[in-house]
Every structure is written in C-alpha cells, then in structure tokens.
Design a protein. Structure first.
Lengths: 139, 139
DNA sequence: TTTGCTGCAAACGCTTTGCACATTC
DNA sequence: GAATGTGCAAAGCGTTTGCAGCAAA
C-alpha cells in the first residue's frame, strides 16, 4: 500500500509536468501514507528531520501543487489548514478537545442537490469528542 | 422578525451576565438579521458607518462572546472566519468563484453516528458554483 | 541550456493580547 | 465603587511573495 501510494504520487507529479525534485520526493515519502491530517507547519517540522534545511515555502508550494492536481485535499476546519493525502470520498471527525482529525467512511447516499446551486463537492465534519477524550472527560 | 431577533439577542446577552454596552447594541442591530455570513473585518467595516471609532478588538471580543453563549456560530470555510447569526441547524453552500456563502436547509435525517466518536454537531458544506457564477461560466 | 524550483526573508492578512481609560451595573 | 468592556497599538501566527541562485529535464 505504502509503496504503491508513493508511486502513484510520483506518476501524478510527472503527469502534471511537475519536476521530481529531491524535496518533493522527500515530501511524497513523508506524506503519501500519512493519516494524521498534518498542517503545513507540522509537515515541515517532520521533513526537517529527513531533509535538513527544506524551506517552508517549498512545503507550501508543493502542497498547493499536489492539491491543484488532485493528489491531496486541503481541509479547512478552523485554525491552520490541514492536508489529507486520501482523496477518496470520505468525511472527517474533529475532536473539540485534542483537535485530532479522523477519517470517517462516507455512507452510500444519493448525490446531494441544492436548488439554485451547482454542487461539485460535499464536505461533512463531525465535531465532538474522540473516544479517548470522552473517556477522560467522564473521570 | 428583525425586532424579535434583536430582542432575543439582548436577552441572551443580559442572561449571560454580559453588559449591554452601546457597541454591543450596535452590533446586535447590524448583525442579528444578517444573512451574508460576514467576516469580523467586514462587520467591523459596516459598523464603522454606524458607530465611528468602534475597535476591531471589540468586534472580535463581542463575536466570540456571542459564539460562546450560543447566540451565533463561527464558520470555518477557508480564509477568514465567518459568523452566522442563524443558530438553527442548517448547512452551507459556498461558491468557489465569488466566495458567497448561502444557507441551505437541512434535510430531516436520523442523527449521524460515528463509531468510537461522540458526535456533538454535524456540519455540511456544499462547494461548487452559485447560480449566478454558473451562468457566467457557461458564456 | 532552459525552465522551473528552492531558500531566504520580508510582507501579508486575520486574530489575539496588554494595558490605560471609560462605562455599565 | 467594582467590575467589565473599550480603544489602541503591538505582537502572534499561518501563509504568500519576490528574487537571486540552483538543479531537473
């Protein structure tokens, strides 16, 4: 899974006419199989371990390139933007307490329509407490 | 409708032990019946006409007080936060082109559950093109 | 060789903060 | 009179930009 995802990304980059720089390859390695929905800053911090000196601008630049070609999604959930390498249709659960974001499989359902609006995407966010924080809150 | 909404807000403020300053009353007048989902900055700009010299900090302070007591909602849709005085359950449609946010009535449906997560609220965002921008795009 | 990408640092926009002063209760 | 709220300006944070140099194709 991990390898194929990374290969898919390399293909996507090449297919979009984007250069396979060492920084981008490092990002693919660090991010392609990430399920933590990191912020750009968090990803940059993590990358610095693997690629000392990589610039924040490069991280932002590559993330928006990946988003533009549909290889990842940008999530706006409040605070800093988060990025999700999983582009299959799914929803998100955000813990009010610890802030962690979890993927939630989307139930099969007829495509939503809104009168007078051309719907391209539907995003759904569940807010509340993750199991761990809910348990802690009951103590 | 307009008057009763404003009266409701004044009650909410008083009930929460918050002072009814002139700035806050001006905000109630300007915002209680607003359907444009303004940003704090936009609201501040509008308020300046009615209440010259009102400070941005006051606008932010009051908006977060109102949000805290449940009199309005803060929407995180990308870019600056928007505020919605309509706190009845409903969804939002955001135009990718002009950025306008529209309320969308929520279809009746069984309460959503997520395994291993205590859901408190569900937010849904429809992204695409509003009728006006869709028409412009077809030309 | 030709682009496009990178790193740096400065600038940006939105939001929060600290503090002296004013105002509401 | 005792809090609480206000305005101001500065600082905070995430993000973008401009540009000279570098590296991928």
């Amino acid at each position: 899974m991990a390898e194929s995802d990374q290969a898919k990304w390399v293909e996507a980059l090449r297919g979009a006419g984007l250069r396979l720089t060492r920084q981008r390859l490092a990002m693919v390695e660090c991010f392609a199989d990430d399920v933590s929905h990191p912020t750009a800053q968090a990803l940059h911090a993590r990358l610095c371990a693997r690629f000392p000196g990589i610039s924040v601008a490069t991280v932002y630049n590559t993330l928006s390139a990946l988003t533009a070609i549909g290889a990842c999604r940008k999530l706006e959930l409040g605070g800093a933007s988060r990025f999700d390498p999983n582009v299959t249709p799914h929803d998100h659960a955000v813990c009010d307490d610890c802030g962690r974001v979890r993927d939630v499989q989307r139930a099969r359902r007829a495509a939503a329509t809104v009168p007078g609006f051309e719907v391209h995407r539907v995003e759904r966010v569940f807010r509340g407490l993750c199991a761990q924080c809910a348990r802690a809150a009951r103590v």
